[in-house]
Ligand binder design. Structure first.
Ligand SMILES: Nc1ncnc2c1ncn2[C@@H]1O[C@H](COP(=O)(O)OP(=O)(O)OP(=O)(O)O)[C@@H](O)[C@H]1O
Length: 242
């Protein structure tokens, strides 16, 4: 079955077991180009696993993932790695910075790895750091920064290539509430102004409210699903989601 034309990402009936437990049990959804979609649900409901499947980090045992009308689930590991590097951005709950690099070097890393000239990469990195109110961190190494500053750098790093799709997994979970709210407003504004499609996992209703639309998970299923996922249920879930 081909995905709908207006979905940049589309998943059908994903099943994924991790460590013996069923993390996803037949999840289907579509993500429209340029929309910010929140994936909500309590801890352990499968949000991270869903984002990992959609982004090609993890291949589900069953089901399909399509990006721009091309299958992701059938790609080789090298092809998926390339897709992730060239088309997707990822923000996790922890910054994951390279300790030896300064703030701007960490931010510019995706551009430098693509072969961008150092001067141009630095200029772009500094612009994104300024936008995230982290310009003062440009010359400092991660150990000299606060958790909030480190996370702002990781967000700047994810945005620096303006990827078509950005996956954000609880991106402000480790920040204080006011700080997190401000970072999220900047992140969603940047996504909207650059037409970046964003899939945002969160267990926080206030964070989800910043999205255009939300889908809820519970115990690895779309919350509210009336029957176990089958091909037909997957289609129904997709048409509900578009
Ligand atoms: N690497 C793993 N090994 C074993 N079980 C895992 C692994 N990753 C996730 N799980 C299990 O899969 C289920 C879904 O986890 P997942 O992290 O996707 O949920 P989540 O909604 O993102 O939760 P959280 O908000 O705590 O991150 C949980 O029961 C979890 O314990």
């Amino acid at each position: 079955m081909a995905p709908p034309d207006n979905d940049v990402l589309w998943a059908r009936s994903l099943h994924c077991s991790l460590g013996g437990s069923e993390a996803l049990s037949g999840v289907s959804l579509g993500v429209r180009e340029g929309e910010i979609l929140a994936v909500t649900g309590p801890r352990g409901s499968g949000k991270t696993t869903l984002l990992r499947c959609l982004s090609g980090r993890l291949v589900p045992q069953e089901g399909e993932v399509w990006f721009n009308s091309g299958p992701v689930h059938t790609l080789s590991p090298a092809q998926r790695e390339r897709l992730r590097r060239e088309r997707f951005g990822w923000i996790g709950p922890e910054p994951g910075l390279v300790p030896e690099l300064t703030g701007w070097e960490n931010t510019a890393l995706p551009l430098l790895l693509r072969g961008a000239p150092r001067r141009a990469a630095k200029t772009t990195a500094l612009e994104w750091l300024d936008r995230l109110d982290a310009g003062a961190c440009a010359r400092k190494r991660p150990r000299a920064l606060t958790q909030s500053q480190r996370q702002r750098i990781s967000i700047a790093r994810a945005l620096v290539t303006t990827p078509p799709v950005l996956f954000a997994d609880e991106p402000t979970a480790t920040l204080h509430r006011a700080d997190g709210a401000q970072v999220l407003r900047t992140l969603t504004a940047a996504a909207r102004s650059h037409g970046i499609t964003m899939v945002l996992a969160t267990h926080d209703a206030e964070v989800a409210a910043l999205a255009d639309r939300a889908v809820a998970l519970l115990d690895g299923r779309r919350a509210g699903a009336v029957s176990p996922a089958t091909g037909a249920e997957g289609v129904a879930a997709c048409s509900l989601s578009v």
